[in-house]
Ligand binder design. Structure first.
Ligand code: MLT
Length: 313
């Protein structure tokens, strides 16, 4: 008899090396996570389900898999998984914390520099044969105050990289020790003060009851006029309507946004505004991050199915 063949449903794109590792011990069944009927049908005799952020793993989805033992999130945030429902059903939820933190941090800085240097507009103008040297008014980060909301893995990467730009770093995170702030060269401040003092406000928090709409019209009104907003965390953290309005009036000068409350996002009040750069939740998608996430998740999923101890479960 050969090795046990598990059945693993994969509903979002994952790294090829991770697939190859899984395929040594399991049959892989690919489904479109947006197609709930196909997903639930595939789960009927599945041992594990591997998702990224686009598949909503609700109680109904979990109930469709009577032999399901593992739901693995090929990424960090598990907000698309009903973790309590899974726990009640005896299903282990795995994720890959931190494996894409550098990627998300670098993406944040890429959006920031693209905004301060007006790269998208300048690039479009030159391509169109318009040599508008006087139109563009880029500015330096040196000496600016950057407000980092959330100093976990991604916020830390952002802080460490931004130090090289000789910025002043202030941060808000009630869950992080003072010593950690000190280590990162970030001055801890209350959220209100961060909003009032920062030239750039960047969010690196999960979506929780405390963080949803953390940047709403009220919070924006407390911001330094003409500041920049960055969100490479979760769409729900920023009230999109309020941000769009502030961008239209110039209260917020510019924004870089990688995440949306409803993904895939085919519509948003931010679409079409000239002073905002939008990307399709690719912050954590660098080749290196996908490889690291894939390695972590394929290893832990197989270990869990074999009944071995799983480090991050
Ligand atoms: C994560 O939670 O890891 C991110 O949303 C990135 C991703 O899933 O690609």
């Amino acid at each position: 008899s050969g090795p046990i063949r598990y059945r693993i449903v994969i509903s979002d794109v994952i790294d090829p090396a991770a697939r190859a590792r899984l395929a040594r011990e399991a049959e892989l069944i690919d489904v479109d996570g947006q197609d709930v009927a196909a997903l639930t049908a595939a789960l009927r005799d599945a041992d594990a389900l591997i998702v990224r952020s686009e598949t909503q793993v609700t109680r109904e989805v979990l109930a469709a898999g009577p032999s399901l033992r593992v739901v693995a999130r090929a990424g960090t945030g598990v907000d698309n998984i009903d973790v309590q429902g899974a726990t009640e059903a005896g299903i282990l939820v795995l994720n890959a914390p931190g494996a894409n933190a550098v990627s998300a941090g670098e993406h944040t800085i890429a959006l920031l520099l693209a905004l301060t240097r007006q790269i998208p507009d300048a690039n479009a103008a030159v391509h169109a044969g318009r040599w508008e040297r006087k139109r563009f008014k880029p500015f330096d980060l040196q000496g600016k105050t950057i407000g980092i909301v959330g100093l976990g893995r991604v916020g830390s990467v952002v802080a460490q990289r931004l130090r090289a730009f000789e910025t002043r770093l202030i941060g808000y995170d009630p869950y992080i020790a003072r010593e950690r702030f000190q280590q990162l060269g970030v001055e801890p401040v209350p959220y209100e003060r961060l909003l009032a003092e920062a030239d750039v406000v960047t969010f690196h928090v999960p979506a929780t009851s405390e963080t949803i709409n953390m940047l709403d019209a009220d919070a924006i009104a407390r911001m330094k006029p003409g500041a920049i907003v960055l969100n490479c965390a979760r769409g729900e953290v920023v009230d999109q309507e309020a941000l769009a309005e502030a961008l239209r009036t110039g209260r917020v000068a510019a924004a870089g946004v990688d995440v949306f409350p409803d993904e895939p996002a085919y519509t948003s009040p931010l679409f079409g505004l000239p002073n905002v750069i939008l990307t399709p939740h690719i912050g954590g998608s660098s080749r290196e991050a996908l490889a690291a996430v894939g390695e972590m998740i394929s290893t832990t999923t197989l270990a869990a199915l074999r009944g071995e101890a799983v480090p991050n479960a």
